[in-house]
Design a protein around this ligand. Sequence first.
Ligand code: FMN
Length: 345
Amino acid sequence: MIASEELQLPHVTKEQFTEVMRRFAASVNIITSADGEQKNGMTATAVCSVTAEPPSALIIVNRSNRSYGTIARTKKFAVNVLANDQRHLAAHFASKLPKPFSDVPHHSGTTGCPLIEGADAHIECVVIQEVDIGTHTIFVGKIVATGKSNRAPLLYHEGQYHALAERAQQGLSILQSKLSDTAMGPSHGKDQPAAVPKTADNLLMLLQKRALNLRQLFWRAHRALNQRITEKFIERGHLGMKPQHLTVLSNMNLGETPIAALAERAQMSLEGVASIAEDLKRIGYLQHLGGEKDKVSDAFTFTDAGWELMLTSFNILREIEAEYDAKLNKGDMERLRRILGTLYG
Ligand SMILES: Cc1cc2nc3c(=O)[nH]c(=O)nc-3n(C[C@H](O)[C@H](O)[C@H](O)COP(=O)(O)O)c2cc1C
């Protein structure tokens, strides 16, 4: 291989690489693999078709991923192309959950790899070539089975998930025609112009302007805040922290907290909460109380490290509030607090 130095070409820094690669829009996939009862899934954009004959595709997997070991051992993998309404699965399969398939509807394909229900398309592959490059391995797979639906795919660009614009437009047109059908009603005649109901009118206006409704605004703010808190934990050396951990931690009692109470407060399934709490136990922030096996009576409490983490979280929140103070002026920030207090206080 000829190094760029030998050709006297300029050197591209890691930052330049990351900056430019963020501009490459890509479909979002879950690469699945299985070894006996153990099932893996990892979110991946590094997936590419290779040749039609033999039908082949390649994936690029970080060797520190759990999926790497499984694929290297079994020589099999499947690629599930996520549909636009499955964006929650992108975060789910990037989180190294202990049992990532426990609450994701799926079935086993020809190769034994999990195929996710509701995906836009899938391929199943048998590995025919492997190439190591730096921290990653390129697996080239011969495609042995395929499947597709006609759902809108999910895209990833500049660190955000998006819908395909044309499909979004198509959806809007369908919605528009359905709404005007409803507005016309059965007695609609040529001389009676249709009066679109006010709510439908507003909905269309929001969609056309791509404006955010209140729910989306709050959700984005909540997600951004959790992301910022997680980054600050990681900066402080709490490397295993993930945004979903905050959902469980922020709903813990000072003393013992039953899983059922956590699930209710976090508005999550018992299984979902139990799996995050187990993750926090593994990292060392929570401890399990009692030897019960059934989830409803399971309970968790903070460990000493967990208490320290909570103290750190107060400092982090103070820092973030100061950041918000600096972004908004003081009057705006005060008004925001007052308004939110009135709405939810
Ligand atoms: C949008 C997105 C794309 C990703 N693409 C890849 C990829 O192409 N290859 C890879 O090795 N990791 C990729 N990752 C990271 C893995 O999904 C992540 O490390 C995951 O936790 C690995 O799971 P595992 O350890 O259970 O295999 C991506 C993550 C996200 C959010």
